[in-house]
Design a binder for this molecule. Structure first.
Ligand code: ARG
Length: 466
């Protein structure tokens, strides 16, 4: 079979090289972007009189037919044609003859692939963003149901101060909110149409880049043709945004792994989202969380692969850049797969407030409040801290919680203590007292939730407009 670019060659390509060179096995997923881009290009060529209107129409109809056939599973791509771009073009010429050979006028595969990838990345950003918004909704709903669910907050994984499960979930919501914003930033920056850059130096035809831009719904056209075919920053940015997102999902997953252990027992995963052991009948494993944690490495891998692939490339296009695809696809697929399982797993996860409360009661997490109690009665904080620490030591020795010490035991450490100490170190008082903006007090967390709901709503609407 003669290659589309075979004119200057006297020999067929070595078979190993054909295999090595071909990208159709993975870039076939760009068929829709490729065809949509080609239709816009053909229409523009027709309007500008670069090809005849009849040819433009034949090409458009031919491409639409190919698109329909691909979607119906009727097309088999061939490795001989290397990539999706040449497969579609060869198929078109096979179907409509002469006119098909005019499609590639004033275009190169270099700007074609740059266009396809940008269209693909834009689509995936929109999809992933709406999945994150769904996860945000799930977090916000869980928070609303757990405004009063007291649990220990940790530092160094040691019980530290009382918070609520709602407060905790809204912390994760903040991370995912930033992920949405990061993806939107990336999107806004990359929303540029590269077609017309040609191989690297545009062309001598009177093409109308702005028409193609408008047809394909891009905000701007790329400003420089050399950059237009060489820029893969948006792939790096996407992989970086997705790496940060995965880091967040992995941290949440790690918490759920811990919380679903018998040692914590703060949550229970639904049977549909857990797995068993082949040998230990009692096991109920949080595999989904573990896989999310584990798959995070793949997405980091994509980011590293892209940065490394690009760092030594002279301008403009180099074949190395074909490697951008699997890296981007891998990151996108992994993130979507993780979110698809995480969202329903999280929604069906049972929160066990009683166990959280028990852990909160036995961790001296109200020791700071005990010190604050003394401080509010005039004791300097440093002294109050020491007294409170001595009380904790006594509790540890006696196997008691702070709330279980008698007033006499308190008074032995400081005369300032009175009956109202019990109210002051009650866990609900401790949580409610932290009503500073950002704090765990139910009223304050309600405010955080309302602001998050507003964010979710606004960003879901702007998503529908695109
Ligand atoms: N399959 C190629 C890629 O993914 C398309 C661009 C090829 N251009 C070229 N001059 N060989 O990058």
């Amino acid at each position: 079979m003669q290659k589309l670019w075979g004119g200057r060659f006297s020999k067929a390509t070595d078979h190993e090289v054909d295999d090595f060179n071909a990208s159709i096995s993975f870039d076939s997923r760009l068929y829709r972007e490729d065809i949509t881009g080609s239709i816009a290009h053909a229409k523009m060529l027709g309007r500008q009189g670069i090809i005849s209107r009849e040819d433009a129409e034949k090409i458009t109809a031919g491409l639409e037919g190919i698109l329909a056939d691909i979607e119906a599973g009727k097309v088999e791509f061939s490795e001989e044609y290397e990539d999706i771009h040449m497969n579609v073009e060869a198929l078109l010429t096979e179907r409509i003859g002469e006119a098909g050979k005019r499609l590639h006028t004033a275009r190169s595969r270099n700007d074609q692939v740059a266009l396809d990838m940008r269209m693909y990345v834009k689509k995936e950003i929109r999809e992933i963003r709406s999945m994150i918004l769904e996860m945000l909704t799930a977090l916000s709903e869980s928070a609303k149901q757990n405004l009063h669910t007291v649990m220990p907050g940790y530092t160094h994984l040691q019980r530290a101060q009382p918070v609520t499960f709602a407060h905790y979930m809204m912390a994760y919501a903040q991370m995912l909110r930033r992920d949405v914003l990061r993806l939107e930033d990336t999107y806004a920056r990359m929303d540029e149409m590269p077609l017309g850059s040609g191989a690297l130096a545009t062309s001598t035809y009177p093409i109308d880049r702005d028409y193609v831009r408008a047809e394909l719904g891009f905000a701007r056209i790329t400003e420089n043709s050399i950059d237009g075919v060489s820029d893969r920053d948006y792939c790096v940015e996407l992989a970086s945004d997705l790496s940060i997102l995965m880091m967040h999902l992995s941290r949440l997953s790690e918490e759920i792994v811990l919380w679903s252990s018998s040692e914590f027992k703060f949550v229970e995963l639904d049977d549909a989202f857990s797995t068993g052991s082949s040998i230990m009948p009692q096991k109920k494993n949080p595999d989904v969380c573990e896989l999310i944690r584990g798959k995070t490495g793949r997405v980091y891998g994509s980011l590293t692969a892209l940065l490394t692939m690009l760092k030594g490339l002279p301008l403009a296009y180099n074949k190395d850049m074909q490697e951008d695809k699997e890296a981007v696809f891998n990151a996108v697929d992994t993130v979507k797969m993780c979110l698809k399982c995480l969202i329903p797993m999280f929604r069906t996860m049972k929160v066990l407030p009683e166990n959280m409360k028990r852990a909160a009661e036995h961790g001296f997490i109200n020791a700071t409040d005990c010190a604050d109690y003394l401080t509010k009665k005039g004791v300097p904080f440093r002294d109050a801290h020491r007294i409170s620490g001595e009380l904790v030591a006594e509790c540890v020795q006696k196997g008691k919680a702070l709330s279980e010490l008698s007033l006499a035991e308190y008074k032995a450490h400081s005369e300032v203590f009175d009956e109202d100490i019990y109210q002051a170190i009650d866990l609900h008082t401790c949580v409610e007292g932290r009503c500073v903006p950002g704090g765990p007090a139910p009223a304050e967390v309600e405010r955080q939730i309302a602001s998050m709901d507003h964010f979710i709503q606004e960003h879901s609407i702007s998503g529908e407009e695109e």
